[in-house]
Design a protein around this ligand. Structure first.
Ligand SMILES: Cc1cc2nc3c(=O)[nH]c(=O)nc-3n(C[C@H](O)[C@H](O)[C@H](O)COP(=O)(O)OP(=O)(O)OC[C@H]3O[C@@H](n4cnc5c(N)ncnc54)[C@H](O)[C@@H]3O)c2cc1C
Length: 472
């Protein structure tokens, strides 16, 4: 009898899993159940008045090679575009001005000491303390540590507040007092362990390429986007599914055992088609969703899954004429330190990062408000969010007049938070899952939030199901 595999959640993780199941288990039957009326989850692109607007992620890293390989398999390799080479740097708000992130400073890795000495973001004592990092003893490495604890210990309070907190919290929407170094930023922990210092680790690294040499803030050279936006990747993945039955508008509410290693799923809505018994199931939605679905099978596991918290974020999109932001530096965007007490977490100049995002002479801004430290702001109404964005833009880049259009995109409880102890929690979850043969977890709640890691986790979950099905 042909095996029946089901996937819950049609974001990029679930789609990657479905593609893998089709490819590696050609005789199987695959069903993908999605609660929304579209695929892609948080990934979505809209076109308006010649602007290309990404609703969440706008780029992915080429590290691991996963995304270039996936795009090649899907015939999208010619659609991949690198970040623009002009303005490849980020700024940081301080007072009423934006200051460049020191050249070669990437997240918390200082590649160039001269640029630290020149930076007006730090006072002389702050600069010297940062540069003294090479003499700070390494930690005993025994326990996990928060971003704040690690960064203050190694680089001092000022560098943490003015540089590291805004650069990294912007990516994870995280509370730096809670963000786990080991789970989210493990490569910096390894650098401390192996080199005794991040400055020395940076020195030992390959020299940045000429394209990277002038960049700061993130390693923009390793990121790619799709010419027609993330939606084109989702659409191509969906089109490539030849045998998968996709069930939309259906929120799965529980998973029940029907026999050894076989499962049945139940949905919240009526009219749900009776599914054949399932031999293998991938839960490709957030951990707290997986926790609810598994609550009748293992309450301890359900509690552990539900303990992984999520942050929310509002993005205020503004389409403006370049003349309306006269003080905007040539850059990819700016971040705002928490200590500045402003409304914005960050602002991305989306049309500076990639070509084809705005008509000539226009700028597409994406202003981020909320995150872990200001979850309450995401619930404000649109007018309040517009006013908050405009206030900061007026003070920092001289914004004036009316935007051509503006809109708010809200992501509620969509960004998993890897708190200190996350890795231990993940191991405990994996141990409990071993008792549920034929069910796999995948997605951004466990081993990384970036798109490539999500794709890899969907593919791995599919591989494990196929391996398990072959063995039984
Ligand atoms: C604002 C923002 C900006 C980001 N920027 C970047 C970036 O620049 N680069 C990058 O690499 N990553 C970025 N990310 C992260 C990345 O986009 C996500 O981690 C990734 O897309 C998550 O994919 P997923 O399929 O695991 O989850 P999701 O996209 O959340 O998909 C899960 C799916 O499951 C469905 N679902 C949930 N519950 C049920 C249920 N009970 N029954 C059926 N279906 C259900 C949902 O409707 C959804 O479609 C960003 C994320 C956000 C929110």
């Amino acid at each position: 009898m042909n095996q029946h595999f089901a996937i819950i959640g049609g974001g990029i993780t679930g789609l990657a899993a479905a593609l893998r199941l089709e490819q590696k288990a050609p005789q199987s039957q695959v069903t993908l159940v999605e609660s929304a009326d579209r695929l892609g989850g948080v990934l979505q692109t809209r076109l308006k008045n010649g602007y290309l607007i990404e609703h969440s992620a706008d780029m992915f890293t080429t590290e691991l090679g996963i995304m270039p390989a996936l795009c090649r398999d899907l015939g999208l390799e010619n659609e991949l575009i690198p970040t623009n080479t002009v303005g490849r740097r980020a700024f940081v708000a301080k007072g009423h001005r934006l200051h460049p992130v020191p050249n070669g400073f990437s997240m918390m890795l200082p590649h160039r000491m001269d640029s630290i000495l020149d930076s007006e973001l730090l006072d002389p004592a702050g600069r010297l303390r940062l540069l003294a990092e090479r003499w700070v003893p390494r930690s005993d490495g025994e326990s996990d540590e928060s971003l704040e604890s690690f960064a203050v210990r190694r680089f001092g309070q000022q560098a943490f507040e003015q540089l590291i907190q805004p650069l990294i919290s912007g990516i994870y929407s995280a509370d730096p007092k809670k963000l786990s170094m080991r789970a989210a930023l493990g490569r910096f922990v390894s650098m401390e362990r192996d080199h005794g210092s991040l400055i020395l680790a940076a020195k030992a690294m390959k020299q940045p390429t000429s394209l990277e040499a002038g960049s700061s803030g993130a390693r923009y050279g390793i990121f790619l986007a799709l010419k027609n936006g993330m939606q084109s990747l989702i659409d191509r993945m969906a089109e490539s599914l030849k045998r998968t039955r996709i069930v939309y508008n259906t929120q799965v509410k529980s998973v029940l055992p029907i026999a050894e290693g076989r499962w049945q799923i139940q949905a919240a809505n009526t009219g749900w088609p009776d599914l054949e018994p399932i031999d293998g199931l991938i839960l490709a939605a957030r951990a707290d969703v997986a926790g609810k679905l598994l609550s009748s099978l293992n309450t301890g596991l359900s509690r552990q899954l539900s303990a992984i918290e999520n942050a929310s974020m509002a993005i205020v999109i503004m389409a403006v004429d370049a003349s309306q932001i006269p003080q905007a530096p040539e850059c990819f965007g700016f971040v705002v330190p928490e200590v500045e007490g402003r409304n914005l977490v960050a602002c991305s100049f989306a049309s500076n990062k990639f070509p084809g995002r705005a008509p000539q002479g226009k700028v597409l801004l994406r202003c981020f408000i909320g995150g872990s430290l200001h979850a309450e702001r995401v619930k404000l109404d649109d007018e309040e969010l517009f006013a908050m964005a405009r206030q900061d833009l007026a003070e920092l880049i001289g914004f004036r007049g009316e935007p051509e259009f503006q809109q708010v995109i809200r992501w509620s409880e969509c960004m998993p938070q890897y708190h200190v102890g996350h890795l231990e929690g993940k191991t405990a979850i994996e141990q409990q899952m071993a008792g549920l043969a034929g069910i796999e977890l995948a997605g951004n709640s466990y081993g990384g939030v970036g798109i490539p890691v999500c794709v890899a986790s969907g593919q791995r979950a599919a591989d494990r199901l196929i391996d398990g099905a072959t063995k039984s």
